[in-house]
Design a binder for this molecule. Structure first.
Ligand code: HEM
Length: 406
């Protein structure tokens, strides 16, 4: 992935997915070409690079504060009734994604073609429905010579989803374009692309904005949910993390600046990514030229699946890989600054551009939630380890009993 990326960075996508993403009009699913290089420069400069992340700091702090507030409100209103972690976390994460892309956590919007939509409905149209559709299997993919047979039900469903996404994105763009005067609203991807992305069409801008909404709304939540699940399941390890946070932060709330002093928290993050990589097998690639990988000759046209999950469960590489054990990452052999301790973020030139955002949000949230509350699993929850979808999501959202520490 590192040295051969230029030969193996062409994506092999199912037809339905290719249609959904307007024929690879995204950084993450485009081939390695000039379009990719241009739009990757844009996303780094305005959203995901270190300077952009500094500019978005306020949004992350607000997000964490809101999550903590929501959990306290749950305790106040429902006592020891279990809380659905995902409901709280995902809504706030989606709000952050909207701020980064269109400048505000839109609570409702009027869309000419669809009427007035709530935040929840916008989330459904821009995220949930499309993620579910990406999983739809078109049986014709397995029999390419039968491609001439129509699959009208699937095609109509995809057309409808694209229509709805496009209508909402256009309404968001129109609404936001009216408010380009305020300083805070200038700091969003939409305004940046309107200013700097002169080579892009309106449709491409809509797709690039949607890409950030899609990528920012999920993988970080998936990692945080699995980490909280394991901590709630293992009170001793949770206590160890709490003690570490107490020693470093005392009575202060944990902040991003403190993360570098919290090695156990960092180990919790990496161990979660190892055991539950949010992208266990990235979308297939194919070699567009003859190449050689790991001593094997790979002829042009070969499809390549990279199994991160398999690598992270390899007994030759990891002792007792099925155990969730953050301690393994405290070993001196791991460089503290190396984000690639596991394969979770990919590798080489196509490695994840959003790792810094993911790490800052997940680590601060996990640390702060353990600092504020004691987490226990609801009876029977321990068994709920099934996963669903292409992003290794917990099939059953985690339900946990939380008790404020003070
Ligand atoms: C724990 C969280 C995350 C994980 C595990 C993760 C994982 C990955 C992986 C494995 C790839 C490479 C796919 C491949 O090689 O085919 C990737 C690419 C990418 N990710 Fe992430 N990701 C995470 C969060 C994010 C976030 C929050 C964003 C942005 C908001 C993001 C943006 C991207 C982009 C733009 C690429 C494409 C890079 C390129 O093709 O040059 N990721 N991610």
């Amino acid at each position: 992935m590192v040295t051969r990326f230029s030969s193996i960075s062409t994506r092999k996508l199912p037809k339905a997915l290719s249609t959904l993403i307007s024929d690879k009009c995204m950084v993450v699913l485009s081939d390695y070409n000039d379009f990719h290089k241009t739009v990757k420069r844009h996303i780094i400069k305005n959203v995901l690079g270190p300077n952009a992340q500094k500019r978005h700091r306020g949004h992350r702090d607000t997000m964490i504060a809101n999550i903590v507030k929501d959990f306290h409100a749950h305790v106040k209103n429902n006592g020891i009734q279990p809380v659905n972690f995902r409901n709280v976390f995902q809504s706030e994460l989606f709000g952050l994604a909207m701020k980064e892309t269109v400048g505000s956590d839109v609570q409702s919007i009027y869309v000419e073609e669809l009427g007035r939509l709530s935040k929840h409905e916008i989330f459904g149209i821009l995220f949930k429905d499309l993620v579910e559709a990406a999983l739809d299997v078109d049986w014709r993919e397995f029999f390419p010579y039968l491609n001439w047979i129509p699959n009208k039900t699937l095609e109509r469903r995809i057309e409808k989803l694209i229509f709805r996404r496009q209508a909402v994105m256009m309404a968001l763009i129109k609404e936001q374009s009216k408010r380009v005067t305020s300083e805070e609203e200038m700091n969003c991807y939409l305004n940046y692309l309107l200013r700097e992305g002169k080579e892009l069409t309106e449709k491409q801008i809509a797709m690039l904005l949607w890409e950030v909404i899609l990528l920012a709304s999920d993988t970080t939540m998936v990692t945080s949910e699995w980490a909280m699940f394991e901590l709630a399941k293992n009170p001793k390890l949770q206590d160890r993390l709490y003690q570490e946070v107490q020693i470093i932060c005392g009575s202060d709330k944990i902040t991003e600046e403190m993360l570098c002093q919290l090695p156990y928290l960092e180990a919790v993050f990496h161990e979660t990514l190892r055991k539950y990589p949010p992208i266990p097998i990235p979308f297939l690639r194919f070699a567009h030229e003859d190449t050689e990988i790991g001593g094997y000759y790979i002829p042009a046209g070969t499809e390549i699946a990279i199994n991160f999950y398999g690598c992270n469960m390899d007994e030759n590489q990891w002792e007792k890989p099925e155990e969730w054990n953050p301690d393994r990452f405290l070993d001196k052999k791991y460089d503290r600054n190396d984000m690639n301790k596991t394969m979770a973020f990919g590798g080489g030139k196509r490695a994840c551009t959003g790792y810094q955002q993911a790490m800052l949000i997940a680590c601060t949230a996990i640390g702060r939630l353990v600092q504020e509350f004691e987490w226990r699993l609801e009876d029977g929850e321990e068994e709920n380890v099934d996963i669903v979808g292409i992003i290794n999501q917990k099939l059953h959202p985690m339900h946990s009993i939380i008790r404020p520490r003070n």
